[in-house]
Design a protein around this ligand. Structure first.
Ligand code: ADE
Length: 236
């Protein structure tokens, strides 16, 4: 079983609609949709915004649905200079940027006994990259794709100073509000994961407007990237 998570309806509803032989189950007030995608058993869930929601859903996917791989799909704000709306980021690593035990001598984002950067599964990264390549084949002006560190915190970023800090402190490529918690939960449960994000905004002062106008446009590309990744995972 493969788990597929997104924070918002726009990020996962289309994936749910593509499932065959669907069944749904509600747990902790959250609807989990189970079925077949590309002939593989998957469970799709809209977790809601933020790290706590992402961690709860990831743990349920592990315990109740026995997922042996988890994939997160959604949008994100750009940190890396030059990334623009529609470009894609695939996680090499994820980090919770708002974990702050610096008073105890730890680095920002670091919890006791754990590296602050949590590594995504290289095979899933490869599958997601292959899905991207397949999707953009033949496009005249294809979007860019970067594999790199995704930084997560319970804050929507819309200011240049924070962008600079997140880029310099963590080598962050994009910022969002769930991936670090999903990565952490996967790590302690020993579940391979990957996060796929489409850039919705610049994380600067116009971020809210950019996000609002882009979100619904990302659904189809995300659903294609997720289906493509599942297809490449099948043949690995
Ligand atoms: N998700 C999409 N854009 C974001 C931003 N600028 N900050 C946090 N999460 C986001």
């Amino acid at each position: 079983m493969i788990g597929i998570i997104g924070a918002l309806g726009e990020e996962v509803d289309l994936v749910c609609h593509r499932l065959k032989q669907t069944q749904s189950l509600t747990k902790a007030g959250i609807v989990f949709c189970r079925g077949k995608l590309e002939d593989l058993e998957v469970t799709v869930v809209k977790c809601g915004v933020g790290k706590v929601n992402a961690a709860i859903c990831t743990q349920i996917l592990a315990d109740v649905f026995q997922c042996e791989k988890i994939l997160f799909g959604g949008v994100a704000g750009a940190l890396f200079p030059g990334l623009k709306q529609g470009d894609v980021v695939i996680s090499s690593h994820a980090v919770q940027f708002d974990i702050d035990l610096t008073a105890f001598g730890r680095r920002q984002g670091e919890l006791a006994d754990h590296d602050r950067l949590i590594e995504a599964d290289p095979y899933m990264v490869q599958a997601a990259s292959a899905a991207f390549d397949e999707q953009v084949k033949g496009m005249q002006t294809p979007p860019e794709m970067v594999v790199g560190t995704i930084v997560s915190g319970d804050r929507f970023i819309s200011d240049p100073d924070t962008i600079r800090w997140l880029q310099r402190e963590f080598s962050g490529v994009c910022t969002e509000m769930e991936g670090g918690a999903l990565g952490y939960t996967c790590k302690i449960n020993q579940i391979p994961f990957v996060i796929i994000r489409i850039i919705s905004d610049s994380a600067g002062k116009d971020a809210v407007g950019e996000f609002d106008s882009f979100l619904s446009k990302s659904s189809e590309m995300l659903a294609d990237l997720i289906s493509g990744t599942i297809r490449f995972l099948k043949v690995q």
